[in-house]
Design a protein around this ligand. Structure first.
Ligand code: C2E
Ligand code: CA
Ligand code: CA
Length: 529
């Protein structure tokens, strides 16, 4: 991917990562606000209904008392004792304005006394489930004109209640609408502020419903004990204030989450950034260097050579393993640039070593692509010149995979050997090449892979394979280098079976060239040519 579009992608991913939690926070703020406004509307509606229920309870209790005691006073509903009882009920009830006896549509007597000619109540508009009659607009001549009352009648008794009483609930905002209604009727019994009849329809048999109708957050409830219901509606404007309140808390949290996510996204895009891009940059920034692992003669344990192994220290100090980036470089066609770089680094590192130890050699790993490209030979010639080295100072390590396109590889290997440089087959046995296939190459060394050396002295089924490999090398007339030797038992076994050279932690780990030079100086005093 080109650098610019990779950056753009990273920026876009970052922005998305940043904006998602903020958008989520806003959505959450909206949701939370609506929920809490619904909650508020519901608590108002419930409170109104509670008042309405308590009113009903007081009314029906009172009526029951009057019915019960009526016989005691010679069946005269307006006897002095009955009126006294009415007064008592009236006084002890916080909601009832008056309670009295009704005949036809007139209240003949009440807690206010006997009404000569009766108080005209007018026809009842509503009948409840329990056959109570409800009048919602009764004017009383004795009361303040323009004031209307609700009258609830059961049997021959009725209570007068003040219209505003059930909805006399204190609300935080003045413009919260409240209303009561009789279930089954769309007309409100009493209301304050704007209320809509269709809100009642939303109940649809349920005892409680909350919703936002676009203008109001509405709660509708109905009693399970009495024929009464209540509505509360909070204007939508408060919703917006709520959203702002919630957003003040949630958006900063979302922002934090977003920043965290953006960092994760950045980290991931960085990881995603293709290795080839990173390799290219690393080549430019000189992040690669070489280490050298000694190779010993198993007869003398003398250090006769060293394998050059590439290392990558990234700008942040972390090391990237060759197992990770070499395959990626091979796949993306970057490997030849790495090989070229390796040859340059080696050319800088080793001349002093060759001056001190003219018979010492350096092993160079070549990948498949290198073995299929004619330039490789020229690059090696260049190395010989730059490192003031002879061909015997260089050993080429080529993996089986390198011989994939046999005809070309065979030619390149031949050209390399024509320079006088020895060639080893690396990682032998880990690929899929056959003996006959291998026979068709002219080679000098066979490197026994660490995985086989590991099995020496174990019961692993593959432990016999190493013997076969040794056998094969001998029959092909190849000298052997055992790789990854870690124990003396392995060393002894290999020596006893005729393996000439070995490499591994037992003898030395890969080391910087300066360490190699000083170790060599200790072990084998310079014997210049
Ligand atoms: P390889 O060519 O088989 O190299 C041997 C690997 O085994 C090296 O790992 C070395 O550090 C490790 N090793 C050596 N002795 C021991 C031991 O006794 N015990 C254990 N556990 N490990 C041991 P490294 O350096 O990580 O290299 C891994 C692979 O990367 C190499 O395998 C080689 O295929 C590739 N590679 C390394 N440097 C280069 C290079 O410059 N060019 C190319 N094309 N490939 C390279
Ligand atoms: Ca190697
Ligand atoms: Ca190996």
């Amino acid at each position: 991917m080109p650098k610019a579009s990779a950056t753009t992608l990273a920026v876009i991913t970052g922005l998305i990562a940043l904006s998602i939690p903020i958008l989520a926070a806003l959505k959450l703020a909206q949701y939370q606000s609506l929920e809490s406004e619904k909650e508020r509307a519901l608590s108002y509606a419930t409170e109104v209904m509670g008042r309405s229920e308590r009113t009903a309870l007081q009314i029906f209790d009172g009526i029951e008392k009057l019915v019960r005691t009526r016989g005691d006073s010679g069946d005269d509903p307006c006897s002095e004792t009955q009126i006294a009882l009415m007064r008592e009920i009236d006084l002890s009830s916080s909601y009832i304005q008056a309670i009295g006896y009704v005949s036809g549509e007139r209240m003949l007597c009440s807690s206010m006394g006997v009404h000569p000619g009766g108080l005209a109540l007018g026809p009842a508009e509503q009948v409840t489930r329990s056959n109570a009659l409800v009048r919602t607009n009764v004017r009383l001549p004795t009361a303040v004109p323009d004031t209307t009352f609700i009258v609830i009648q059961r049997g021959s008794y009725a209570a007068i209640i003040h219209k505003s009483l059930p909805i006399d609930v204190s609300t935080q905002e003045k413009d919260v609408s409240l209303a009561t209604f009789t279930p089954g009727y769309r007309e409100f019994r009493t209301s304050r502020g704007l209320v809509k009849q269709e809100w009642i329809d939303r109940l649809q048999g349920r005892n409680e419903v909350t919703f936002f109708d676009g203008e109001y957050v509405v709660a509708v409830v109905q009693s399970t004990r009495f024929a009464t219901g209540a509505v509360a509606a909070v204007p939508g404007v408060y919703l917006n204030t709520r959203v702002r309140e919630f957003a003040m808390i949630l958006v900063p949290l979302g922002l934090l989450a977003g920043i965290a996510l953006a960092f994760v996204a950045r980290y991931l895009t960085k990881l995603q950034q293709s290795l080839p891009t990173l390799i290219k940059a690393a080549l430019r920034k000189n992040e690669f260097f070489m280490v050298y692992q000694p190779l010993v003669d198993l007869q003398t344990r003398e250090w006769v050579g060293a394998e050059a192994l590439i290392r990558w220290r990234r700008a942040d100090g972390t090391m990237m393993r060759p197992d990770q980036f070499i395959p990626a470089a091979e796949e993306s066609g970057m490997i030849q640039r790495i090989t070229q770089h390796v040859l340059q680094l080696a050319a800088q590192d080793v001349p002093q070593i060759f001056r001190q130890h003219p018979d010492f050699h350096i092993g160079i790993n070549l990948s498949s692509a290198d073995l299929h490209a004619g330039e490789t030979v020229a690059l090696l010639q260049q190395l010989l010149r730059d490192a003031s080295a002879g061909p015997h100072n260089i050993l080429i390590e080529a993996t089986e995979r390198g011989f994939m396109n046999a005809d070309i590889a065979r030619e390149v290997v031949r050209d390399i050997r024509a320079l006088g440089i020895d060639v080893a087959i690396d990682d032998f046995g880990t690929g899929y090449s056959s003996l006959s296939y291998l026979e068709s190459f002219e080679l000098d060394y066979l490197k026994i892979d660490k995985s086989f050396v590991d099995t020496i002295g174990t019961d692993a089924a593959t432990s016999r394979v190493v013997l076969h490999i040794i056998q094969m090398a001998k029959s092909l007339n190849l000298k052997m280098i055992a790789e990854g030797v870690e124990t003396e038992a392995q060393e002894q076994f290999l020596r006893e079976h005729g393996v000439q050279f070995a490499q591994g932690w037992l003898f030395g780990k890969p080391m910087p060239v300066a360490d190699l030079a000083s170790e060599l100086a200790k072990r084998r005093p310079a014997k210049p040519a």
